[in-house]
Structure formats: structure tokens, C-alpha cells
Design a protein around this ligand. Structure first.
Ligand SMILES: [Zn+2]
Length: 404
């Protein structure tokens, strides 16, 4: 354990060591094993340290069968006798804050609700713990957060050390150790005793503010998302900016934001409803004009038109209005934009089936579509102008009407 400098002194940022051995991973990444190291290897939920060894970037650190492999961006010179190591302290201290904050938060859940921690993930932005508690109210979460932060503010001592079995038996452990020898216990005076191999600061105050962000049911537990220390400040800054922008946009105080958004959403729904109504009336009016102007052909009003700015739904609605005004009406509509869209519809007194008419027309534009005898719709390419497509369909329809 003497070679693991991060256990003796978690604040060690620089160190020197000699090379024990160098090697290459299967993927070609060079690695080195040193006589001693301050680089914490990935483990116990804590990501590894990064930094440099004699100026070469350390990209990953992992403990494999008792040796700590420092994976490097490039190989170290073979003749190098002394290696100067430097760890990325900002990253390490962040991990110490998050990891220790997790100890405190987990202990607070245990103390208040007798709820064990069954999972832990230290992510890049936030941290999660899975707590064996199927339901968690806002009040409960606040109570946990409050207790956790009071432990931080009291700035209690944190001691991490290896303990002998006799002493281990005396300690009120929060969870049993996962190893049987060299058990290391992280002790927060009169609050939490946990077996852990991670790195921790020497006092709880260094963890900084602990903030629970959200929680959600996960399996039979609750997954709590939180941040500690510098991440809390960053997260609160981010939220503050969002609130400030939203307040400005809505010219609303922060406290009234939710009410104001609710009001806007209600207003929007009402507007959508009245817009829909107005459009319906507009379609009725437009349909009336179209029918009025349509020529009679073998007793059938033939309404044909092409449109550029209508959706398929709009065409269908308009066709529906047209054919419900008079039962002896046929509407042949084509819309064009990036493709040609067709809607054919008939009133109840028209004997020609619209799906058949469409089927005969679609090959002209290499199109696809379907429908029933009353209304049919489809689309295809723009090889023929929309006007020509409608004229083509009209010709077939007239032939059918005259032979009928
Ligand atoms: Zn720990």
C-alpha cells in the first residue's frame, strides 16, 4: 500500500517515481507501472485521475492484478530513470467533492429513512445514487439535503485509514466491506463509517454545498441526481441564467414564471381553437365560391383546382366542404410543392369511384395513394405540372360520365 501515495496523502499533486515496467496494451496504447504513484486508478465508483508523467499525457489509470497501469498518449523514453508525475488536481478535487458528498448524502438517507444506497455513479456533469426507497417526497428529499449540508457546514473531520479486524468489528459500519483484508474505512466523526478505497478530503467543509437536483423511480428504488462543491455553483449558475432569460422573455418575476407559462399555454390552446374555427369558415366560403363557378358536365359540377401553399389536410378539408354543398359535385385538387399531391372527392350523387379515378391518374406522376369511392388521395413526382395532372383526371372522369 506504500506505493499508493493517494492513500497516504490525497492532496499530493506531484511526485517522482522509477519505472517498474513498461508495456503495450492490445490496442497499441503504451502503459507504465511505477514504483509509486499519486494517480488514483478507476475504482469504487470514482473515475481515475488524469495528468502527465514526465510531460506525457496519462489518458487512463487502472489497477490490474495489483499493479497500477498508467496508460499514456505516447511511450516514455526507455532510458528515463526518474519519472515526474503530475495529476490534474481540478479533476481529482472534483472527484473528492462528489465522492465524499455521496458518502454524506447516503448516510443522511440511512439515518433519516433507514434507506440503503444500492448504486452510485459519478458522471461528468452530475452524480447519482440509487436509494432503496420506492417513494420519496419533496419534503423527505429536502430533509436529507438539509442534514447532509449541516454535516458539511460543521466541517467535521474525515479520516480514511486501514483498520484491523478487531477494530472493524467495533465500528458502526453503514455497509459491509467488499474486501476481506486491507479494509479501509472512511470515517466522518459521529456520522458515517463506510468501507471505501476512494480519495476524500480531510474535512467535510471541503465538499461544499450538496444539492439534490431530481429523483425518479428506478426499479424498486429511487435514483437521486445531485451535485456537490464546485459543480453545485456551476449548476446553480446555469439555472440562474435560464431563469433570468425566461423572466426577461415573459417580463415576469421568477416566482410567477410557472403561473405565467400556464396562462400562456391556456391562451395558446384557445387561440388554436378559434383559429381552427376561422379556418373552417374560410374553407366553407372558399368551397361555396368554387362550386358556384364550377361548370356542369353531364349533371355533375366539376370543381378542379391546383394549389401551391396547402397541406394535404387542407386539401382534404376543402374537398370535403365542396362535396357536401351539393351531392352532384366532384372535386379534383392537386397541390404542388416538393412533390405533387392529389385529392379526389365526390358528392353522394356521383356514380364514379374516386379511388379508381386516382388509380388511373397516379401512373402519370409515378405516384402512390389510396382511398375509397368517396374520397381518395395520393402523391407522386413533379414530372408533369399539377394543372396537367388535374386535366388528365378530368378527361378520364368526363369519359366515364359520358359512357355511364
Ligand atoms: Zn469513498
Amino acid at each position: 500500500m506504500k506505493d499508493k501515495l493517494y492513500y497516504e496523502d490525497p492532496y499530493k499533486k506531484e511526485f517522482t517515481a522509477s519505472i517498474l515496467r513498461q508495456g503495450t496494451e492490445r490496442d497499441g496504447t503504451p502503459f507504465v507501472v511505477l514504483t509509486q504513484t499519486a494517480f488514483y486508478p478507476t475504482g469504487g465508483g470514482q473515475p481515475c485521475d488524469l495528468g502527465t508523467l514526465s510531460g506525457i499525457d496519462v489518458i487512463d489509470v487502472e489497477e490490474i492484478e495489483g499493479e497500477i497501469r498508467h496508460r499514456l498518449r505516447g511511450a516514455l523514453p526507455e532510458d528515463k530513470s526518474e519519472i515526474a508525475g503530475k495529476i490534474d488536481w481540478q479533476r481529482r478535487f472534483d472527484h473528492m467533492q462528489q465522492h465524499t458528498g455521496q458518502h454524506i448524502l447516503s448516510a443522511a438517507f440511512e439515518q433519516l429513512y433507514d434507506a440503503a444506497t444500492v448504486g452510485f455513479h459519478l458522471g461528468r456533469e452530475t452524480v447519482t445514487v440509487d436509494i432503496a426507497l420506492p417513494e420519496l417526497s419533496r419534503e423527505q428529499a429536502e430533509a436529507v439535503e438539509q442534514l447532509a449540508n449541516s454535516i458539511v457546514f460543521e466541517n467535521r473531520d474525515i479520516i480514511a485509514r486501514f483498520v484491523e479486524p478487531q477494530e472493524l468489528a467495533q465500528l458502526p459500519l453503514r455497509k459491509p466491506p467488499s474486501v476481506s483484508e486491507n479494509v479501509r474505512i472512511v470515517m466522518i466523526a459521529d456520522f458515517d463509517y463506510s468501507p471505501c478505497g476512494g480519495t476524500h478530503p480531510s474535512r467535510t467543509g471541503e465538499v461544499g454545498p450538496i444539492k439534490i437536483l431530481t429523483w425518479e423511480r428506478y426499479k424498486n428504488n429511487n435514483r437521486i441526481e445531485f451535485v456537490c462543491g464546485a459543480r453545485t455553483i456551476r449548476e446553480m449558475n446555469k439555472k440562474q441564467m435560464i431563469l433570468r432569460d425566461a423572466s426577461r422573455l415573459l417580463t415576469s418575476g421568477e416566482a410567477e414564471l410557472a403561473d405565467n407559462v400556464t396562462r400562456l399555454l391556456t391562451e395558446r390552446k384557445e387561440l388554436e381553437r378559434s383559429l381552427l374555427e376561422a379556418r373552417g369558415k374560410l374553407f366553407e366560403y372558399e368551397a361555396g365560391e368554387l362550386v358556384e363557378a364550377a361548370p356542369l358536365n353531364a349533371g355533375i359540377h366539376l370543381v378542379t383546382k391546383t394549389f401551391t401553399d396547402r397541406t394535404m389536410q387542407d386539401l382534404q378539408k376543402l374537398a370535403n366542404h365542396v362535396t357536401s354543398i351539393k351531392p352532384n359535385t366532384v372535386a379534383l385538387f392537386a397541390g404542388y410543392g416538393d412533390k405533387t399531391q392529389l385529392v379526389f372527392a365526390r358528392g353522394s350523387a356521383v356514380p364514379i369511384a374516386m379511388n379508381n379515378l386516382l388509380k388511373e391518374t397516379l401512373p402519370l406522376i409515378d405516384g402512390k395513394g389510396g382511398g375509397n369511392p368517396n374520397v381518395a388521395q395520393g402523391g407522386g413526382n413533379m414530372s408533369v405540372s399539377a394543372g396537367d395532372v388535374v386535366a388528365y383526371a378530368e378527361r378520364i372522369l368526363k369519359e366515364s360520365l359520358s359512357s355511364n
